[in-house]
Design a protein around this ligand. Structure first.
Ligand SMILES: NC(=O)c1ccc[n+]([C@@H]2O[C@H](COP(=O)([O-])OP(=O)(O)OC[C@H]3O[C@@H](n4cnc5c(N)ncnc54)[C@H](O)[C@@H]3O)[C@@H](O)[C@H]2O)c1
Length: 256
């Protein structure tokens, strides 16, 4: 693909799952890829496999090192690293750390990367920011307030970036899948089994959807197309949508 051939690409959270699938796809299309993850061993082996460069560590502090490794320029930045925390049950202490971590990784890492990359992108009139959000960023995920709230934040930030800079050559894509067969889905417990697993797709399907979206120059990437109808239903009739989601919550409670 012309937009990707020879591009300098960074993918965070790329030790496995969706990030590794995106990194493999960019490399297969002729991009030069830096992969980042907290899991140094696994991200190094992904880098080796795809002929890329590993920059292990926290996604928030990896931008400068990744840019240096790519010779001073980043064309595509995939803010993919994410955490799913449940926030604590009523009656338990509030999981302040889980909330703070969710904000930091799911939202602020995106903000920090964009802040570091935009001056160069605006000067060159080119740059691409890919945000792995979630359908939870358009709808809401049962049982996890920090994930739902911060994914809404990630979506809002991607939307803001897109509307603010699209006339200046910056392209933004927000990927909003439901269940994807990764470690995060396995860790999502009974809510994930009820809501996500029945329609779960593979990480490669997410890469397919992103590359179709790049080709078609689309902001909103929906690897599960049915999410468009749920999103419309939520906007059209919030009361009815909340009633339906609460029935799902009750179904979940009955199975726990
Ligand atoms: N699996 C799903 O069902 C699903 C659905 C929608 C959206 N997502 C999103 O997809 C993205 C990738 O998740 P995945 O499903 O591939 O799960 P995953 O657990 O395989 O991948 C997440 C990766 O992020 C890394 N990571 C966590 N915090 C980090 C940090 N601070 N810096 C660098 N790396 C960090 C982890 O080590 C892990 O390798 C996440 O943003 C997730 O919210 C997943």
């Amino acid at each position: 693909m012309e937009a990707v051939q020879g591009a300098k690409v960074v993918v965070t959270g790329a030790a496995g799952g969706i990030g590794a699938a995106l990194a493999r796809r960019f490399a297969a299309q002729g991009a030069q890829v830096v992969v980042n993850d907290l899991d140094a061993d696994r991200v190094k082996s992904v880098a080796e496999e795809i002929g890329g460069i590993a920059v292990p560590g926290d996604a928030s502090s990896a931008v400068d090192e990744a840019r240096d490794a790519l010779g001073g320029r980043v064309d595509v930045y995939c803010a993919n690293a994410g955490v799913g925390r449940d926030g604590g049950e009523p009656g338990e202490p509030l999981d302040e750390q889980g909330w703070a971590l969710s904000w930091d990784v799911n939202v602020m890492a995106h903000v920090r990367a964009a802040h570091a990359l935009l001056p160069d992108w605006l000067e060159r009139g080119a740059g691409r920011f890919v945000s792995t959000v979630s359908a939870a960023g358009l709808l809401t995920m049962l049982g996890t307030a920090p994930y739902s709230v911060t994914k809404h934040g990630a979506y809002a930030f991607a939307e803001w970036l897109s509307l603010t800079y699209r006339h200046r050559g910056v392209k933004v894509h927000a990927i909003c899948p439901q269940g994807v067969r990764t470690d995060m889905l396995t860790a999502s417990g009974s809510a994930g089994r009820l809501v996500l697993e029945p329609t779960a797709i593979e990480p490669d399907d997410v890469a397919d959807a992103l590359f179709r979206g790049i080709e078609e120059d689309r902001f909103l990437i929906l690897p599960h197309p049915e999410v468009a109808a749920y999103y419309r239903a939520r906007a059209d009739d919030p009361e009815r949508w909340l009633g339906g989601m609460n029935r799902l919550q009750q179904q979940w409670e009955a199975t726990r």
